[in-house]
Ligand binder design. Structure first.
Ligand code: NI
Length: 270
């Protein structure tokens, strides 16, 4: 049997429900073919925990940032701490950041200010950004254009938009990351995007513990399930899962700047 290589580009092993099981979940993921994982922060504590996990496990890389839900908590000293964390050797992106107009847990102008400040940070550090966009497509695009985010690029995490929106994101130098929703029976838009996204801009993710793919919809998600996402894309596109795995892994290594730096070997896991 040929080997499948997978990269889960968005998995919250820093979530309180997964954090204590990180070792077991990573072992299960490795058994499923996962070679690398990026754990994004969503507030200051989870950003620090993402870095801790990256130090414990050679397969794990971290992103640091404050989610739009928590934008109202972001202080100047937090931004300074994020700036310091960005210099850590296993921090590969700023995220997840963006706008969430579905929940509006922080006021929209506050979300926009936090998003802008963290885009500035990413530009200063030359890191890509991981974007959370919920019902805020127009403002996200406008901010990405106004800030020249094309110069750093990044990832539209768990992309939920149309093919037309996908094309606008591609023009802005962004990658399209697909997760569990492409396996849902009513998921017409994500399936269409999975078919039409250029293969050199496609990424896969779980967003664990959220968004479990079928047949586990509604259950707690974990990084091994990224294989089900790859399998679904392979079916939709009529390609072997090995090829989808190899292409999306290459893409992830490129966007996170990890090409050529993978011969570190296993780190000590204390
Ligand atoms: Ni997330």
């Amino acid at each position: 049997m040929s080997e499948v290589t997978l990269f889960d580009t968005h998995t919250h092993l820093n979530d309180p429900d997964l954090y204590d099981q990180a070792q077991v979940l990573i072992e299960q993921a490795i058994s499923a073919g996962v070679r690398h994982l990026v754990v994004p922060g969503y507030d200051m504590l989870s950003s620090r925990q993402a870095i801790e996990l990256s130090e414990r496990f050679s397969e794990v890389y971290a992103a640091v940032g404050v989610h739009p839900h928590d934008a109202k908590t972001l202080t100047a000293s937090d931004l300074h701490q994020l700036d310091l964390w960005c210099d850590h050797e296993k921090v590969v992106a700023v995220g997840e950041i963006g706008l969430d107009y579905h929940y509006d847990n922080s006021p929209r102008d506050v979300q926009q200010d936090a998003f802008l400040a963290q885009i500035d940070l990413a530009k200063k550090k030359r890191l890509p950004i991981i974007i959370h966009d919920r019902e805020a497509h127009a403002d996200i695009l406008q901010i990405l254009r106004n800030t020249d985010a094309v110069s750093i690029g990044g990832i539209m995490h768990c992309f939920s938009g149309s093919v037309e929106l996908m094309r606008e994101c591609l023009q802005l130098n962004f990658y399209i990351s697909l997760g569990g929703p492409i396996t849902f029976k009513n998921a017409k838009k994500p399936a269409q995007v999975a078919l039409e996204v250029p293969l050199d801009r496609l990424l896969i993710e779980t967003d664990a513990p959220w968004l479990s793919p079928e047949p586990f919809r509604g259950k707690q998600n974990h990084p091994a399930n990224v294989r089900l996402v790859a399998q679904k894309i392979a079916e939709l596109r009529g390609m072997p899962i090995e090829e989808i795995g190899a292409i999306t892994t290459d893409n992830a290594l490129r966007i996170f700047g990890l090409q050529g730096s993978l011969s570190r070997g296993l780190q000590n896991e204390d």
